[in-house]
Design a protein around this ligand. Structure first.
Ligand code: LLP
Length: 463
C-alpha cells in the first residue's frame, strides 16, 4: 500500500517508509496491468503501444510531454460503473479529475451523468451537448453568475454548501420563475484517505454543513421553506483515494440518520442520497483498488440496511467517481533530457515536463511508477528520482523508482495512472506550456486537448 501517499491530505516527511522499494521489481520491462491502461503492451521490438499505436509514433506526432489516454479503457471503466450501479442509481463522473468536450461526449454515450464544480466545467459540459438535467453543480462558493447560469440552463441539481447559498440559490431560482432541484451537502464527521478513516463528531473543513449541532437539520428546515427550491436529497463526500469501505459505512449511517430525523420532523422522505466520490486507484503495484461492482454492492447494501433499520424507503443512490474512472486510463509520456548519477545516493533523471503537468507528487507526496517505454532493456536496475525542468528542487515527478541503468537522453519514459488531477491541475509555472491530451483508440490517435503554444501564453499577456 502507498503508505506515504496521502492525496489531498497532509504532507509527510521526505523519507521512504521502512522496507519500501527495498528491492527492484523482478522484471523492469514488465508493465503491471494494475497501473497501466488496459490496451497498453510492448510490441515485438519492446516498444510500448497503447490503443494499437506505439509511443515513438505518438512522440513524433504530438511531441513530449503528452498525456496519452486510452479511450477504450475510459469507456470501459465508465460503463463498468454504470452497469455496477444499475438503473436504480446514478453515476456522476466528477469532471474535476479531467474534463474535455470529448470526455463529455464519451460519458454521454456511456450513460453517465456529470458533476461540475465551476462555471468553466459547466460551460465545457454544455458546449459538448450534455443535457443539463444530467449535470450536478457543486462548489463551496458558487458565484451568483454561476448559479444563474446553472439555473437558466436547467441543471438537474445544485448541491448546496452553506446557509448563505440556500438563500442565494432560492432567490435566483425564484427570480427566474423556476424551482431548482437541490441537495444539501453535509459533513458527517468522517475523513477517509487511502487505507484509513477517522470518524469524529466534528469536521474542521470548508465544505458542507455540519451534521453536528443540528446544523444540517436546520439547513433542511430552511430549504424546505423556500419556494425556489425543491429539496431532493442529502450529499456526503468523505475523502480521496479511499480503499476502505468502512468510512462510507459510517457516513451512510449518519446520512440515513438525518433522513430519518427529516421524516420524523417534516413527514417527508427525501428521495435521494449521494455518497460522493473518492474511490482509490493503483498508482503503484502495492495498491489494491476495488472493482466498481464490489463498490456498488457494498454501498447499496450499506444504504439499504441502514434504511431498513430506520424504516425508511431506500432512496435513489448516486455516486461521483472521478479518479476511479479516468485515473488509470492515461499515462504521461516524457523524453529523458539528462541522467545525473549522484554517487551513493540515486540517479536523477530529468524529463521535459514536471510539476507543471503533475503537481501531485510535490503537493501530496503522491507515489507514482515509471517505465522505459521506447525500448526494452536488459540492463541492471538503478534507483532513480524522476524530476522535471522547473526551477525548484521540489519539482519531483516520481520520488523513488527503478529504471534500467542504460537509460540515456532521448529515451522515452512514461508515468502511468496520470489521468486524474494531472492535466486538470496543470499550470504554466515558469511559463512552461501545458501538454496535450491525446486520445488513442483502434490504431488512431488524436489530440482532444491540444498542446499549449507560446501564442496562447502571450495572448493573455496584454502588455
Ligand atoms: N465529489 C465531490 C463532491 C468531490 O469533492 C470530489 C473530489 C469528487 C466527487 C471526486 O473524487 P474522486 O473520485 O476523483 O477522488 N486534487 C486531489 C483530489 C481532490 C478531490 C476533490 N474532490 C488529488 O489530486 O488527489
Amino acid at each position: 500500500m502507498s503508505r506515504s501517499a496521502h492525496p489531498a491530505g497532509p504532507r509527510h516527511a521526505d523519507v521512504l517508509p521502512e522496507g519500501h522499494y527495498a528491492a527492484p521489481p523482478a522484471d523492469l520491462n514488465a508493465l503491471d496491468a494494475k497501473v497501466w491502461a488496459r490496451t497498453v503492451g510492448r510490441d515485438a521490438d519492446g516498444v510500448v503501444t497503447v490503443g494499437g499505436v506505439d509511443v515513438k509514433t505518438l512522440a513524433e506526432e504530438f511531441g513530449t510531454p503528452a498525456y496519452i489516454l486510452d479511450e477504450d479503457d475510459f469507456r470501459a471503466r465508465a460503463r463498468a460503473w454504470r452497469t455496477a450501479f444499475g438503473a436504480d442509481a446514478d453515476v456522476f463522473y466528477a469532471g474535476k479529475a479531467f474534463l474535455s468536450r470529448a470526455v463529455v461526449r464519451w460519458l454521454d454515450e456511456e450513460g453517465l451523468n456529470l458533476d461540475v464544480c465551476s462555471g468553466g466545467e459547466l460551460a465545457t459540459a454544455l458546449s459538448a451537448g450534455m443535457s443539463a438535467d444530467r449535470i450536478a453543480f457543486h462548489g463551496n462558493n458558487k458565484s451568483a453568475q454561476e448559479i444563474e447560469r446553472a439555473v437558466r440552463a436547467g441543471v438537474g441539481r445544485i448541491v448546496l454548501d452553506s446557509f448563505q447559498e440556500i438563500v442565494r440559490v432560492a432567490h435566483i431560482a425564484q427570480s427566474l420563475g423556476k424551482r431548482q432541484k437541490v441537495q444539501i451537502r453535509i459533513t458527517v464527521g468522517v475523513e477517509a484517505h487511502t487505507h484509513e478513516f477517522i470518524a469524529t463528531a466534528h469536521e474542521d473543513q470548508k465544505f458542507g454543513i455540519p451534521l453536528a449541532g443540528g446544523q444540517a437539520a436546520e439547513a433542511v428546515r430552511r430549504a424546505l421553506q423556500l419556494d425556489g427550491l425543491e429539496l431532493v436529497g442529502i450529499h456526503s463526500h468523505i475523502g480521496s483515494q479511499i480503499f476502505d469501505m468502512s468510512g462510507f459505512e459510517v457516513a451512510a449511517h449518519r446520512v440515513v440518520g438525518l433522513l430519518k430525523a427529516v421524516r420524523d420532523e417534516h413527514g417527508i422522505e427525501l428521495p435521494e442520497i449521494d455518497l460522493g466520490g473518492g474511490l482509490g486507484i493503483a498508482y503503484t503495484s502495492d495498491d489494491d483498488p476495488r472493482e466498481p461492482h464490489e463498490i456498488a454492492k457494498a454501498l447499496t447494501e450499506i444504504v439499504t440496511r441502514e434504511c431498513e433499520a430506520a424504516r425508511l424507503r431506500t432512496p435513489r443512490i448516486s455516486v461521483e467517481p472521478g479518479r476511479a474512472i479516468v485515473g488509470p486510463t492515461a499515462f504521461t509520456l516524457y523524453e529523458v533530457g539528462t541522467v545525473k548519477p549522484l554517487d551513493g545516493l540515486r540517479t536523477y533523471v530529468s524529463v521535459d515536463g514536471g510539476m507543471s503537468d503533475n503537481i501531485r507528487t510535490a503537493l501530496y507526496d503522491a507515489e507514482y511508477s515509471v517505465a522505459l517505454v521506447s525500448r526494452a532493456s536488459d540492463a541492471e536496475p538503478m534507483l532513480v528520482r524522476v524530476v522535471g525542468k522547473h526551477c525548484e528542487s521540489g519539482d519531483i515527478v516520481v520520488r523513488d523508482a527503478f529504471l534500467p541503468a542504460d537509460l540515456a537522453p532521448g529515451d522515452l519514459i512514461a508515468v502511468p495512472a496520470t489521468g486524474a488531477y494531472c492535466r486538470s491541475m496543470a499550470s504554466n509555472y515558469n511559463h512552461v506550456l501545458r501538454p496535450p491530451v491525446v486520445a488513442v483508440r483502434d490504431g488512431e490517435a488524436r489530440a482532444i486537448v491540444r498542446r499549449e503554444t507560446e501564442e496562447d501564453l502571450l495572448r493573455l499577456d496584454v502588455g
